[in-house]
Design a protein around this ligand. Structure first.
Ligand SMILES: NC(=O)c1ccc[n+]([C@@H]2O[C@H](COP(=O)([O-])OP(=O)(O)OC[C@H]3O[C@@H](n4cnc5c(N)ncnc54)[C@H](O)[C@@H]3O)[C@@H](O)[C@H]2O)c1
Length: 427
């Protein structure tokens, strides 16, 4: 089945055709297919030998997203014989809204080449804003936003937020920070520096330019919570010296700093506490549970669950998160706001669900796996929280935001994304 023919149904059974809402008080709606065209497509079209087969199908899928205008994407032509790749330049960019100068904002996105950042950049670009990405490419990659390079509204800067940075801007989305445990534990001291000094530098910039500042905080500020689900008023239960502390405490101090600048210097701040999020462009090997399970199941390997599988998590799809972040940035809410999906799964149940969805997608595509994957259990890492679920009351009341993507719908799209990457040989 072609991804472009799949209907996406929300948790009320209605079809999702757009993301972003007019009801947020300003127009931020974008057709889902315009976004999907930017990620759910083959990255590499194979060399000419293959042109008659798979590549043709993949290209026609892509054409369906872009409504026949293939020219919106550069092509990367892979030659399996020489194991070489040749990139073509873009002939045309995806169409973006034409905003009057009074509505067009200059927006800085730190960490904009990462998983969440790149989806935010796509959305802000399609909405017609001027976007500057600031990234040191520690965990992010230029390829996540390469489809915008050269666009007059887009700029990309290689820079480490630990060093000061000057630019004129109206809004700052400060996301720069590694988010997966293996990445943030790789150099714990650097993670703390990024959280503290990076946030200090970006708040200094917000103070100077009078830009509105949004920081991506995390549900990790609640640690291993004693309150369930977690409302924003809960102060958390964090081990300050454990292996996860560099990230958890880093984000806590980043929030403290944010409110320090708010109270002392009148900086206009927004704080989003993001709960587990997944979606296309997630690094498949960064140890996060969703990508781990999908890649293992697609490769026909057993799915590894750490602990007894009874610890619970909730997972939100990236488009819901971006809706929430944009709504918060443009609202008057200066208190922290949880953005996450409250549908809770035990990790064991979740592994079974991923296996079922991978089997369903393989079945639809006529693929017969060699064997059925098993779910296997290994020791739990230190300080792994047992339960985590957002209390979304504040987001609902102040932003009129609620998640729409069911875990099943999001997972199906994610499975198709990784499957396409495996087929083209890039995973
Ligand atoms: N994905 C989630 O589930 C989740 C959950 C909670 C919070 N968050 C927060 O959202 C933000 C983005 O997370 P993500 O999942 O996209 O992670 P990611 O690792 O994909 O993206 C982080 C980006 O920041 C860049 N970066 C890291 N250190 C930097 C530095 N010192 N200077 C400049 N750039 C730097 C990386 O290169 C990368 O592009 C992070 O702040 C993270 O803490 C994410």
């Amino acid at each position: 089945m072609s991804p472009s023919t799949i209907r996406i149904l929300d948790n009320k059974g209605e079809e999702i055709k757009t993301v972003g809402f007019k009801r947020f008080g300003f127009d931020c709606e974008v057709p889902v297919d315009d976004l999907r065209a930017l990620y759910l497509r083959p990255h590499y079209s194979s060399n000419s030998e293959d042109e008659s087969g798979k590549a043709k199908v993949a290209n026609s899928d892509h054409a369906a997203f872009t409504k026949g205008t293939d020219a919106y994407q550069s092509q990367a032509i892979y030659d399996p014989t020489n194991k070489s790749i040749s990139y073509t330049t873009l002939t045309r960019f995806p169409p973006v809204k034409l905003l009057p100068p009074s509505e067009r904002k200059r927006i800085l996105v730190t960490g904009g080449a990462g998983f969440v950042g790149s989806h935010l950049v796509d959305r802000l670009m399609l909405l017609g804003h001027e976007v500057t990405v600031l990234d040191n490419f520690f965990t992010g990659s230029k390829t996540t936003v390469s489809h915008w390079v050269g666009h007059p509204n887009f700029e990309m800067v290689r820079h480490d937020v630990v060093e000061p940075f000057m630019i004129e801007c109206d809004q700052i989305y400060h996301l720069a920070c590694p988010a997966s445990p293996p990445h943030y534990q790789y150099n714990a001291v650097k993670t703390i520096k990024t959280s503290f000094m990076g946030t200090l530098n970006m708040l200094g910039l917000a103070k100077r330019t009078k830009a509105r500042f949004l920081i991506s905080s995390t549900s990790e500020v609640y640690g291993d919570p004693e309150v369930h689900p977690q409302p924003e008023d809960y102060w958390g239960h964090v081990n300050p010296i454990g292996p996860r502390a560099c990230y958890d405490e880093g984000k806590r101090v980043a929030e403290t700093l944010t409110y320090g600048f708010h109270r002392q210097d009148g900086v206009d701040v927004r704080v989003v506490r993001i709960f587990n999020t997944y979606g296309p462009r997630m690094n498949p090997y960064d140890g996060r549970v969703v990508s781990n399970f999908i890649v293992q199941a697609l490769k026909g390997e057993d799915l590894t669950v750490y602990g007894d599988g009874k610890q619970t998590r909730s997972f939100q799809y990236v488009h819901d998160l971006i809706d929430g972040m944009i709504a918060l940035m443009n609202s008057d809410e200066t208190r922290p706001v949880n953005i996450g999906n409250g549908d809770e799964f035990s990790i064991g149940e979740f592994a079974e669900l991923v296996r079922e969805i991978v089997e369903k997608v393989q079945d639809e595509d006529g693929v017969k796996p060699a064997r059925r994957c098993e779910v296997i259990y290994k020791d739990l890492p230190t300080d792994d929280p047992k339960q985590r679920r957002p209390d979304n009351t504040r987001a609902r009341q102040t932003l009129d935001w609620a998640p729409r993507w069911t875990v099943r719908m999001g997972l199906e799209e994610m499975v198709r994304y990784y499957k396409a990457k495996m087929e083209e040989g890039s995973l």
